[in-house]
Design a protein around this ligand. Structure first.
Ligand code: UDP
Ligand code: MG
Length: 140
C-alpha cells in the first residue's frame, strides 16, 4: 500500500443540509487526512466539464444542474490507499445499496443526490485534483 491522494466533493444536497462537518468526521475517523479544502459554487458548464466522462449517459444533464444548484466543498484526501478507502467510506452510488455506516447510507437522498463524489483510480484522481487545486494549495 502506498500513500495516495484522491479528490472528494461534498455535493449540494449535503451542503444544503449543513452536513459538511459530519461527512468530514467520517473521512477523518477512517484515517483520511483533509489536506486541502474549499467551498465553491460551480456553474453548470464547469460541472459538465468535470463530469464529461458521463456526457452520453441519460442522467448527465440532471447531474450537471444538480452540481450547480448550491455550493460544493471540494477536497483532497490523503492517506494509505486513499482512493479505495474513500470509496469504501462513501458507500455504493445508490444509497439503497450502500453498506450501513457509509456516508451514502446515512446521508444520501437518492442515486443522483448522493452527498459525495470520490475519484475512482490513480489517473482520474490526479486529473480531478488538478481540475480544482493548484500545486500551491497542496501543502500536505
Ligand atoms: N448518477 C445518477 N444516476 C445514475 C448513476 C449516477 O444520477 O444512475 C450520478 C450520481 O450523482 C453519481 C454520479 O452520477 O454519483 C457519477 O456516477 P458514477 O457512476 O461515477 O458514480 P460514483 O463514482 O459517484 O459512485
Ligand atoms: Mg464515479
Amino acid at each position: 500500500m502506498a500513500t495516495e491522494r484522491t479528490l472528494s466533493i461534498i455535493k449540494p444536497d449535503a451542503t444544503r443540509r449543513n452536513l459538511t462537518g459530519k461527512i468530514n468526521a467520517k473521512f477523518e475517523d477512517a484515517g483520511l487526512r483533509i489536506i486541502a479544502q474549499k467551498r465553491i459554487q460551480l456553474t453548470k458548464a464547469q460541472a459538465g466539464e468535470f463530469y464529461a466522462v458521463h456526457k452520453e449517459r441519460p442522467f448527465y444533464d440532471e447531474l450537471c444542474e444538480f452540481m450547480a444548484s448550491a455550493p460544493v466543498v471540494v477536497q483532497v484526501l490523503e492517506g494509505e490507499n486513499a482512493i479505495a478507502k474513500n470509496r469504501e467510506v462513501m458507500g455504493a452510488t445508490n444509497p439503497a445499496d450502500a453498506a450501513p455506516g457509509t456516508i451514502r447510507a446515512e446521508f444520501a437522498e437518492s442515486v443522483g443526490e448522493n452527498s459525495v463524489h470520490g475519484s475512482d483510480a490513480p489517473d482520474t484522481a490526479a486529473e480531478e485534483i488538478a481540475f480544482y487545486f493548484s500545486g500551491l494549495e497542496l501543502v500536505g
